[in-house]
Design a protein around this ligand. Structure first.
Ligand code: ZN
Ligand code: ZN
Length: 389
């Protein structure tokens, strides 16, 4: 758990002689905190006045049990915001993830990422684990043990050591569990040669509990190492796994998520590929430039989401390489294909636009929880999307 020091913050800025530029530098700030909020109205008033006076845009979600914040604005304003938030003792230990970025951006992405307006709302829960209203959310106090990036790395590093010299039999006791959605795990995930990585391949976070229920035999009795982009999704999901009782006690979560891990291990460590982020950067990689994703149509290695193409049925982001994009404008994601949907079923309306829409589709695959995912300041990650396109 660490806050950024003044030095680190200034390291992200231009040289001192560019004072004018520094004033114009933009950034994105993400943080969440689970804590009993003593006076919700008071905190709501604080966010309204602070964010408006600093001209911050983005999303602030408050609940009786914590806050979840993704805001963008001038770097100097974001730093003022952090200082103001830190004056509340209840935010002690909060992991503020602040990253410099170029000024927004492609409108479509800015809008999708919620950076074209300021929305501050009181909600029942910071992240909604299940869309089933009958399923009670697990107690967050029962969440898995936090592991720092270094601790998480070291557990993986040692995972093979119990085995014979060069035999790569799977390490029985440990599994990695990726708590993210399919469009995120397509382009990057943790990989350790003798540890299994479980990838639920889900469309949205609220599908995770059913996946856990259906696959509990793969989790029971194991040391479960969970991770997500910034950490918040693991809080609730790890509590859900632990609520299953005997055999589900040993759940650990990567504190600060992949973002903080890549900051600690700039060569990627055991994380392969790119980290999908919910802002204009779209994804951030390590110095390792491996491409994990594949074009949906021709299977060629490809991991660039900058054109924001979506499945015609469920609206989930799909990966389609540049040359296949020229040949087609309607796409059916892997999950919809599995359920028997195909391009031939899509009808076209009078404007020539595809009409197929699945009724259960949520127009926004970007779930509120995952919007929280940001990156590391000063990282030398390859930036895709806006500034690259
Ligand atoms: Zn292709
Ligand atoms: Zn689909």
């Amino acid at each position: 758990m660490r806050l950024q020091t003044e030095d680190e913050l200034s390291a992200m800025e231009p040289e001192p002689q560019n004072n004018e530029q520094e004033e114009d530098g933009y950034g994105v700030l993400l943080y969440y905190k689970y804590a009993q909020i003593p006076d919700l109205d008071d905190l709501l008033a604080f966010y309204h006045s602070n964010c408006n006076s600093l001209s911050l845009l983005g999303r602030v979600r408050l609940s009786p049990l914590g806050v979840n914040v993704t805001v963008g604005g001038k770097l100097s304003s974001l730093k003022k915001h952090i200082a103001a938030v830190e004056s509340y003792s209840l935010f002690e230990g909060t992991d503020f993830k602040l990253a410099a970025c170029h000024r927004p951006l492609k409108d479509k992405v800015a809008e999708e990422c919620g950076f074209t307006s300021l929305s501050i709302r009181v909600v029942k829960e910071l992240v909604t684990l299940s869309s089933n209203p009958l399923l009670k959310s697990p107690a967050i106090s029962n969440a898995g043990t936090h592991l720092s990036a270094a601790e998480f790395h070291s557990v993986l590093q040692n995972a093979g050591h119990v085995m014979d010299n060069d035999r790569t039999t799977p390490s029985e006791g440990i599994v990695l569990l990726d708590a993210r959605n399919l469009y995120e795990t397509r382009i990057g995930k943790f990989h350790k040669s003798n540890v299994e990585t479980l990838d639920p391949g889900i469309r949205q976070y609220s599908d995770l509990p059913s996946w856990i229920d259906d696959n509990s035999d793969q989790l029971q009795g194991k040391h479960i190492l969970m991770y997500c982009t910034g950490g918040i999704r693991c809080e609730m999901a790890s509590a859900y796994i632990r609520s299953k009782g005997v055999g589900f006690e040993n759940v650990f979560q990567l504190f600060g998520g992949i973002q903080r891990y890549l900051e600690q291990f700039p060569d990627g460590g055991y994380f392969k590929g790119k980290n999908f982020v919910f802002d204009h950067r779209i994804s951030v990689g390590s110095s390792d430039t491996d491409i994990l994703g594949n074009c949906l149509l021709c299977s060629f290695p490809f991991d660039d989401y900058s054109s924001r193409l979506r499945c015609t049925y469920c609206r989930m982001l799909v990966l389609v390489c540049d040359s296949c994009q020229k040949d087609s404008s309607t796409f059916v994601c892997e999950l919809c294909q599995k359920h028997g949907k195909d391009v031939g079923l899509i009808s076209f309306n009078v404007n020539g636009k595809p009409d197929a829409m699945s009724p259960q589709a949520d127009d926004k695959t970007v779930s509120p929880d995952s919007k929280l995912s940001l990156h590391l300041p000063g990282r030398q990650g390859k930036r895709l999307g806006i500034e690259g396109s």
